[in-house]
Design a protein around this ligand. Structure first.
Ligand code: ZN
Length: 330
């Protein structure tokens, strides 16, 4: 990690590089793009076949609430060469989905958690997401901010599930980075299991938070060297930071500041879009954005190659295969 006061080093490396590959090696993957976070399940179903025509080679499709998990799973089954599934409860829905469609007395606010566990068990390659904390978004109907207690309860339950199942996790965090870091620091006092990798998607936090998270990772690795070497369940997590044109393109200066603190092997690209037809254009735009804002001189092809390699590490190289699980809706 470079300090903001010192000149940036070329392609800053981290204590524990993920792949050992240089950018030059990685350029062997020229042209491949991995969309680390999108919502194309929300597009009109007649648009879904366009997935096969995308230049973007792979997409991680977020599930955001119980009602879209069946469709996410179906799309991952239908396009296994393209779609990496993710299942989770988005913080905007933590309140609405606190009660099941037909409330029963004594039902937990986390009634959906066993179902989420079943979806994840059904698809061993799926990651947990989109989960998170959001301090500013408001319910479109009521105009009220989303309930913080519900969000935190849902977030913690899903984070624990990701740790237990040793899955990567995709986190939405809007103006709540302090609460996220506090949660992680408190958890670090006792936890030995972590999600394998932790992505902050469309990251809009400060450069200082990047430094704090990477310091936490190093502390965990130093405190538990045996965990770093053991099986996936006990591995110390690695933090990744994902960038989108739609969100980060609107705050270029802030993005530039944090981007310069992120080791290049921890950067991911995403479209964060709902329409299949916009994925390729947004992925090209975000490559351009990184090329313009990165502390070192990177061509667009180098951005593609580096982030493709990073995604292979984050998601794993295998093709997702969701099984037909008896009892699961959809
Ligand atoms: Zn999202």
């Amino acid at each position: 990690m470079s300090q903001s006061s010192s000149p940036p080093s070329p392609l800053p490396t981290h204590d524990r590089p993920d792949t050992g590959q240089s950018v030059e090696d990685a350029t062997a993957q020229i042209g491949a793009l991995y969309d680390a976070h999108c919502h194309i399940v929300d597009d009109a179903p007649e648009q879904y076949p366009l997935v096969d025509e995308l230049q973007t080679r792979r997409l991680c499709l977020m599930g955001t609430r119980p009602r879209d998990w069946p469709a996410v799973r179906r799309l991952a089954q239908q396009y296994p060469h393209k779609i990496q599934p993710a299942f989770g409860l988005h913080p905007w829905y933590a309140e609405q989905d606190a009660s099941p469609p037909a409330p029963r007395s004594g039902e937990s606010g986390l009634w959906w958690l066993p179902m989420l566990r079943a979806y994840l068990a059904d698809c061993p390659e799926a990651i947990v997401g989109e989960i998170g904390l959001d301090k500013v978004a408001r319910d479109k109907e009521t105009g009220e901010r989303y309930d913080q207690t519900r969000q935190q309860e849902a977030f913690a339950a899903q984070f624990e599930l990701a740790a237990e199942l040793a899955r990567p996790v995709s986190i939405h965090c809007v103006q709540h980075q302090g609460a996220l870091v506090d949660y992680l620091l408190e958890r670090a006092r006792h936890a030995t299991r972590w999600p394998t990798h932790i992505m902050l998607h469309s990251y809009t936090g400060s450069a200082d938070t990047v430094k704090r998270l990477l310091r936490l990772e190093t502390q965990l690795a130093r405190a538990s060297p045996q965990h770093a070497a053991e099986d996936r369940v006990c591995r110390v997590p690695r933090f990744y930071f994902s960038i989108s044109a739609v969100i980060n393109g609107r705050c270029r200066r802030k993005t530039q500041l944090w981007l310069r603190e992120v080791p290049m092997e921890r950067l991911l690209l995403e479209s964060d879009i709902h329409e299949v037809g916009q994925v390729d254009a947004l992925m090209e735009q975000v490559c351009q954005l990184v090329s313009e804002l990165a502390s070192t001189s990177l061509t667009i092809e180098q951005v593609k190659a580096r982030t493709w390699q990073n995604a292979q590490t984050f998601f794993g190289p295998s093709t997702a295969t969701c099984h037909r699980h008896k009892g699961l809706p959809g």
